[in-house]
Each structure stands twice: as C-alpha cells, then as structure tokens.
Design a protein around this ligand. Structure first.
Ligand code: AHR
Length: 497
C-alpha cells in the first residue's frame, strides 16, 4: 500500500483565516437569480419572493460574503435600472449573455436576500460601459447615511439605514477580449485608479478589489497584473484572480488542478510584491480569488434572447467534487495572501445548488467539500505539507496526497482536510499531531466511491454524499488513517488545554 506522512505543528501558522475565503457569487446570468434565489410563485417563497428552500441550503454552506451582480453581466449593467418601483424598471438586453434582463432584482433586494442568507455583499462597479462617476454614485446610494441625492433615493426605496457594503470589485475581467468595453492594462489601470479615488472619497471605510488576470492561461498574464498595479497600487486593497478547471480527458491531470492554482497564486503574489518594491510601499497587496470552480466551458448551450434560460448548468460528478476539495485546500494553504475567495457560482450557474423552476432543489456533489471547508476551515491555518509520492501531470509533478489544517484556538478544535489524488490506490497516512499534546479524534467524514462519474439528480439526490465514518484513536498524538483511492477526507480533533 502506498504511504504518506503529514506532520502538523501547532505553532507553524500560515495566517489567521479570513472567513471571506468561503465566499460565493450570484450573477444576473441564466437562472442564478430568476428561479434560483428568487421565484415569487415558488411554494417556499417568502414575502419578498426569495426561495426558502434555496436560502436554507445557502445557510448550510455558511457563505459569509456573496459577490454581486457579475461577472460579465456587470460590464453592461446600469445599476439604476435595478432600483425603485418594480413596474417602472426597464427590461433590457443583457449583451454579455444574450438574454433579457427584467431588473426585478437590484441592489436593494439583493442586500435583503444576502442578509437572510447570513452573508454580506461583495459589491461590484461597472468598468465597461460604466463611468467612475456612476461607481461613486452607487457607493453613495448604498453607504451614505442620507441628505444627498443618491442616499435619499435609497431611503425612499425602503432602506433608511445604509446597506453598508464594505468591499467592492472595481470591474470584472477587464483583461478579456470578451468583456463589454474591454480595456488594455494601462487604460484599465488608470480608470480603476480614478474610480477608486472617487469611491473612497465617498466612503473611506470601504476596501477595493482591482481586476487582475481572468486566467493564468491568457498571454497577458502576469503583465496585465503588473501594469494595472503600477497604476493603482496605492488606491486598492486586493487584486483579483479568476480560474476555472475542467477535465480534458485525463482524470489524474484534472485532479491535480490544485497544483496549477497554487502556482497561479504564487505568481500573482510575486508580481504584486515586485510592484510593492518598485513603489517603496509598506503595503502588501492581498488577493481576492473571486471566481474559482470546475466549469465545462466547452459545453456552452446555444440560446437566444430568453429570460432566465438554463445557462452554464453543469452537473457535477464525484470527480469534480474532489477537484473542488483540492482547490479549497490550496486557498486555505495560501490564507496569508488570499483573503477573499468566491466559489463561482452559488445557485444553478456552475453551482453547488441546483433548482427546478417551481420545483425541487438538490445539493450537487461539489456542495460537500465546499461545506466542509466553510464549516470547519475557520481559525488559524497551519502548515500542512504532506510527504507523499508525486505523479507527473500537465500541471507539473503533483503530490498524490495534499492537505490543509485549520485550528480554532478558542474552541480547541483542529480540522485536517486531506485529498487523496491517487486514483487507484489506498494510501496509509501517518498523521503526526504530537505537538498538540492531548488530542482526540472526534469526527471523520469521507467523500469517495467506485464511480467517479456519479452525479446527484433530482430523482437520486443522494447518489453522492459525504459520509461520516468511524473515528480511530491514535496513540500519543499519532494517527494512522487509511485514505480511500480518490477521496476527500475530513478529520476533526478536540485538543486539550
Ligand atoms: O462565472 C461565469 C463567468 O465567468 C463570469 O461572468 C465571468 O466573470 C467569468 O468569465
């Protein structure tokens, strides 16, 4: 049997974990909003038309922050279309996804939905067709107490108190030729800088995310990031990264996607640190990985100016869920620089939650690793580098066993997440937790199975679920669990004082 070892030292801290690492994303795209989070005719809908069955699952995921309203949609969106009396709101063409946008949901309603979900809003301003002034007006509308044109309009529209949106993305994927009013790096860098100045003048308590590369595969990466930061470094707090993974036919390569994500993060850090040095700045730029997931981009459906068509509704397999687990581990291991991350997206559109219009809701396979990470990946991230065999993949030599650890010092709870990326062999793990002193395993769950292609359907919603398994105690802080082939493993421990 293959062997691996993992020693976790309670003093080897990566960083205190920002809970926003478990953020997600709702875009005006396909059925994310309409028949996703919002469907007034649905039997579980509340007084505002929000689906209760969906809200319950979002709460189960403990998502702390949700990016809104896009995405590519953002770059053609006029936020004023989505405020005020519904019957006066315009119906528009959404040029990003070639659909019809009825504007029944806007920033006021989304704020209320997020509050019900227990999340805050990661706002976003349009840097495509939008101007710096529009962005400032939106911040005024959302965050200024009152007595001005936009803040008073918010009060008239039902929110006496400011919405208090504290973090904002300055545009979306402005490096992409597909973006509405795409810019080159210098033009975007200047526009982002001037927009950031206005936004922070309106509310100096906000934090801003500048648009970095929308894929490490783009030829403009990492030059784009360098140039944008050279223009905007002093005015922003985070640079964004986006990356999606898909299976091009080799499961081992696909499972090693985490290795590629790690390299992407490290390269963006190096680029940002170069600009920091160039500018003799004391500020370290943090990262917002505000779009990440598995996405089968080659399976795009043709559609034609429909309202809320079923777009990007990938059905996720067990293998996809394992990949999501590996990516989550990588985010946690980079928690010193990645402060915000958004699983893209949350409902229906490449999402862990899938609804039927006027019908049922299910948890996709990817729901489980994301829920485990969000629930238990809190506190302090500790170094967790496993010694394991490596396999040659298109992402380089990747370890077959990869892990992350989160220690909640107050609750004295340690969680160790382990992905066994070995597709065919069980791995005997030697888990050394001696530095914690008195320690006891209190829970263990596994997501694995004989069919990596298995998915959850409305007829068989529990075909792939993560299962609790019996705990095995170790001797004097040493544990020896066996990891099933291709498995996502969560180990929970209680640590004595
Ligand atoms: O999440 C789907 C799309 O992916 C987003 O609209 C865009 O930002 C990215 O290309």
């Amino acid at each position: 049997m293959e062997k691996a070892s993992l020693r976790i030292d309670k003093d080897a801290r990566v960083a205190s974990i920002d809970e926003r690492l478990y953020g997600s994303f709702i875009e005006h795209l396909g059925r994310a909003v309409y028949t996703g989070i919002y469907e007034p005719e649905h039997p579980t809908a509340d007084g505002q038309g929000f689906r209760g069955d969906v809200l319950a699952l979002v709460r189960e995921l403990k998502v702390p922050i949700v990016r809104y309203p896009g995405g590519n949609f953002l770059s053609g969106y006029d936020w004023t279309d989505g405020i005020g009396p519904r019957d006066k709101r315009p119906t528009r063409l959404d040029l990003a996804w070639k659909t019809i946008e009825p504007n029944e949901i806007g920033i006021d309603e989304f704020h209320d939905w997020a509050k019900k979900a227990g999340a805050s809003v990661l706002g976003a301003v349009n840097m495509g067709t939008g101007t710096p002034k529009d962005a400032g007006n939106l911040v005024e509308y959302c965050n200024f107490p009152g007595g001005t044109r936009w803040s008073d309009l918010r009060r008239e529209n039902g929110h006496r108190d400011p919405l208090g949106i504290k973090t904002w993305c300055v545009g979306n994927e402005m490096d992409g030729a597909w973006q509405i009013c795409h810019l080159d790096a210098a033009d975007y860098g200047k526009k982002a800088r001037e927009t950031a100045k206005i936004m922070k003048w309106v509310d100096d308590s906000i934090e801003l995310v500048v648009s970095g590369s929308s894929s490490s595969k783009l030829p403009s990466f990492p030059e784009w990031d360098r140039i944008v930061l050279e223009h905007a470094y002093e005015y922003v707090d985070y640079i964004s990264l986006h990356q999606y993974y898909e299976n091009f036919g080799n499961d081992a390569d696909f499972l090693a996607s985490f290795h590629n994500m790690d390299r992407f993060i490290k390269t963006v850090c190096a680029t940002a640190d170069y600009v920091k040095a160039l500018k003799r700045s004391d500020k370290t730029m943090m990262l917002s990985f505000d779009e990440w997931n598995v996405w089968y981009q080659r399976r795009q459906e043709p559609h034609d100016w429909a309202r809320a068509p079923a777009l990007l509704e990938d059905r996720y397999s067990l293998l996809d869920a394992l990949v999501v687990g590996g990516l989550g581990i990588t985010l946690l291991n980079n928690a010193d620089r990645v402060r915000i991350a958004c699983l893209a997206q949350l409902v229906n559109v490449i999402a862990p939650i899938l609804t039927e219009p006027n019908g049922r809701v299910i948890k996709q396979t990817t729901f489980y690793p994301f829920r485990d990470l969000s629930r238990f990946g809190r506190g302090v991230a500790l170094r967790a580098e496993a010694r394991a065999a490596t396999i040659e993949t298109t992402h380089g030599d990747a370890p077959t066993v990869t892990a992350a650890a989160a220690f909640d010092e107050e609750a004295r709870e340690l969680t160790v997440f382990v992905l066994n990326a070995n597709l065919s062999a069980e791995v005997a793990l030697e888990l050394d937790l001696r530095s914690f002193g008195k320690i006891e395993m209190t829970g263990r769950s596994v997501l694995a199975g004989p069919d990596l292609g298995a998915i959850n359907t409305f007829e068989q919603p529990n075909a792939v679920v993560s299962a609790d398994v019996a705990v095995e105690q170790g001797a004097a802080g040493m544990f020896s669990p066996k990891l099933a082939p291709a498995s996502w493993n969560v180990f929970r421990f209680s640590v004595g004082k």
